[in-house]
Design a protein around this ligand. Sequence first.
Ligand code: DGL
Length: 285
Amino acid sequence: MKSSPQSTPSTHPNTGADPEPAKRPIGVFDSGIGGLSILKALRAELPHEDFVYVADSGHAPYGERDDAHVIDRSSAITAHLLAQYRIQALVIACNTATAAAISTLRLAHPLLPIVGVEPALKPALALSKTGRIGVMATRGTLGSAKFRTLVASLAEQATFICQPCDGLADAIERQDTTKTVALCAYYTRAIGRFGINEGEIDTLVLGCTHYPFACATLRQLVGPSVQLIDTGEAVARQTRRLLPSPSEAGTPGTCRLLSTGDPRALRHAAQHWLGLDDPVDSLLL
Ligand code: DGL
């Protein structure tokens, strides 16, 4: 099935007036299924809002591509969500796209509330007792000016051991469990010794929205005492703060799911992780 514009009219049929801003959906995108970890938190925080989710699986992974590719894709997706769905806000549910493209998107769409995702170093710092914090993220995120500035601003307060995890988002995207487990084992070993004693890493930041889907594997590898930090709930709270008037009651919100790649991957992940039975439409973009 191909994506088509929303069937609801964009203006009131009699008056021609704009619909209530709160009736417009919130756009959410990621390079693939990873942003579902953010969508899950958004739906819990804003159960009466409608969402349109784009998985850019046809152009993934973002994390090992150059900035120009990620900026082009983020711009095309945002323009599509605005033109076809008249989104009231945008959530960039991807650390890599946030680092590469959020300033471009904000410049291009100054009236659109835009929320991004970045590795949760500050919350990790607040929780860590040993002052040794592991950070797993894509090469793109860790190499970005935005991330370097963030680490530099906190460098005196803790030691951050940053590990680019090539291939991990892709393995999770393909739902390749064997490879996911092998890569998680390899990268956690590379980060160092985990635990709560002095000199050990007691906090691990999941700096890519795909990684929470490997949480059970990571938990087994690092042990029960280490804190795993992701950003879903914080992003959802920030989205609520930026909405002009969040819907607080009424019918439960809907989710429209779109994929530029194989729709079956998104459908399976949305069913498995969010219990969503909605069909996934193919998006040619
Ligand atoms: N989920 C994306 C992130 O948070 C990246 C995955 C990819 O490399 O495409 O960075």
